[in-house]
Design a binder for this molecule. Structure first.
Ligand code: ADP
Length: 499
């Protein structure tokens, strides 16, 4: 078949009249075509077997094998070759019959050179179009083949991954799950996909998150690729981490989400061991340290040390340091209690608890000449069922921070109220405030803001981590609003049971 830009088209002229053969040859050679000639039908057919031709100019009336017969044979043996019939005026009927047998066109004798050129050009154009169509068809087949191999390859890779993978569409229906996903979630190996995620995964928080990310809500509105992670436990002593990422098409439209699930049971166990070890060490250190602290206090008050100001100084430094260590041990024990989820629960009187907390920090506030007030609603707050020690440590930490990070003469207000079925407690101060870049990190364990103003304020960096973990265990959250140099407000929101 004729391919653009490859070789010149080849034409075979089959005619018993020498003048016609030579005339055609002259005209076609000038058109830059390759031309061969045959003076009867059989010779034409033999030539077609020898060479590669695109077009045959075929006389219908020849002695021996007649043109129509040659045409039929070409149709059978070389269907890709176009045939143009050369015919005398009188045989126009036969020419029409030839067209029916598959000839492409005909030209009547006698013809002028330009008539021949036109007819041949038309035939060659037809050949070119045919070649192009065939090329496109082959290309399409190849692309489809590539696509399907690529698809099955991707699928094989997903199936072989050691991580659980599930893909959901925009309405949260599972479109694909790999064997590791089924295994991690304890699902049947051949459970069919196609149902909403909640029918495969028994964790409401995860299902809500996946739906949110699939629909583009996500945790970071406006972000190109929404993603989120959540830990969950499908069974006892079995912990999984699910990371969910939104999938976008080339136009940036959401197609759904990919969920990757990893088994983090081992890390959880290690973490638990570490916490248990820390709790044990802290516990063992607490009593001897408290004794040392007490004895240092006695020595300081005893007057023996007062005999030398150097001794007095050393003792009071040591006394301060042991206090710091005792605070750290208390915080570590609080932290490990929260992480172990231990602690007895009972109905807690919130008014009483907040009053006790405020009074516990009043001595320090008074020492710094700070105003400290508690604002409670007129009606007593409803009781909350929880571990009172943990809840108390939330507000004690916030109130103690407010006193610590507020200079002398400042104001601290603890304000409690109800709203939208939640308990809302604000601890506001007029203190140092926090630079915006620290607002997220201050809730991390051991994170402390270090600058000229906080340099001499001692602390462990555990207080806010304890606050956050405790409040979240109660299904609530803690927020902070702060302006450097003006003060901070920490707000605790805890859902209350419906009454
Ligand atoms: P600690 O107070 O023991 O350092 P926290 O976890 O309670 O640890 O607090 C972390 C950091 O947050 C503090 O070091 C402090 O810089 C900052 N911070 C906490 N509360 C306040 C507050 N009320 N005003 C200003 N900064 C605060």
């Amino acid at each position: 078949m004729l391919e653009a830009g490859k070789r010149p088209a080849a034409v075979l002229v089959v005619d018993d009249e020498k003048d016609i053969r030579d005339g055609c040859e002259r005209i076609l050679t000038r058109m830059d075509l390759m031309v061969a000639k045959a003076d009867h039908g059989l010779a034409g057919l033999e030539e077609l077997e020898r060479g590669r031709y695109d077009l045959v100019l075929l006389d219908l009336k020849m002695p021996g094998l007649d043109g129509l017969e040659v045409l039929k044979r070409i149709g059978l043996d070389h269907p890709e070759i176009l045939v143009v019939i050369i015919t005398g005026f009188a045989t126009i009927e036969t020419a029409i019959e030839a067209m029916k047998l598959g000839a492409y066109d005909f030209i009547s004798k006698p013809f002028r050179p330009d008539q021949l050129r036109l007819t041949v050009d038309r035939a060659l154009e037809k050949l070119r179009l045919q070649a192009q169509a065939q090329r496109l068809e082959e290309e399409k087949k190849r692309t489809l083949l590539d696509l399907s191999t690529q698809k099955s390859r991707t699928r094989a890779i997903i199936e072989a991954l050691p991580y659980g993978v599930a893909v959901t569409n925009t309405v949260g229906q599972v479109a694909l799950m790999n064997p590791a996903f089924n295994l991690l979630l304890g699902l049947d190996r051949d459970i069919p996909a196609g149902r909403p995620l909640s029918e495969y995964v028994n964790d409401r928080e995860l299902c809500r998150l996946v739906e949110e990310v699939s629909q583009g809500g996500g945790t970071r509105p406006g972000a190109e690729q929404e993603s989120a992670a959540v830990e969950f436990s499908p069974g006892r002593e079995n912990y999984l981490l699910a990371q969910c990422t939104r999938v976008l098409n080339e136009e940036g439209e959401g197609l759904g989400a990919v969920l990757v699930v990893t088994d983090i049971t081992q890390y959880k166990m290690l973490d638990r061991l570490k916490n248990e070890f820390l709790a044990k060490v802290s516990h063992e250190l607490r009593s001897p340290l408290s004794t040392i602290h007490l004895q240092l206090g006695l020595l300081l008050n005893d007057g023996i040390a007062a005999q030398s100001s150097k001794g007095q100084n050393l003792l009071s430094r040591a006394h301060e340091r042991t206090m710091g260590l005792i605070t750290m041990i208390r915080d570590l024990l609080d932290m490990s209690r929260i992480e172990a989820g231990a602690g007895e629960e009972r109905e807690v009187d919130l008014n009483g608890l907040l009053e006790a907390v405020v009074e516990s920090v009043r001595p320090q506030a008074d020492k710094k000449g700070q105003g400290l007030s508690l604002e409670l609603p007129e009606k007593p707050l409803p009781p909350l069922t929880c571990d009172p020690t943990s809840l108390e440590s939330v507000f004690t930490n916030l109130a103690a921070n407010a006193v610590n990070y507020t200079p002398e003469g400042g104001r601290i207000t603890v304000r409690a109220g109800l709203g939208e079925g939640r308990l809302k407690v604000e601890v506001a101060d007029t203190g140092l405030g926090i630079e915006p870049e620290h607002l997220e990190t201050i809730f991390e364990k051991f994170y402390r803001v270090k600058n000229e103003k906080t340099r001499y304020i001692t602390g462990t960096g555990l207080g806010l981590a304890i606050v956050k973990a405790t409040v979240e265990n109660l299904g609530g959250r803690v927020e902070v609003a702060s302006r450097p140099g003006e003060g901070s407000t920490f707000t605790v929101l805890i859902p209350l049971p419906e009454r």
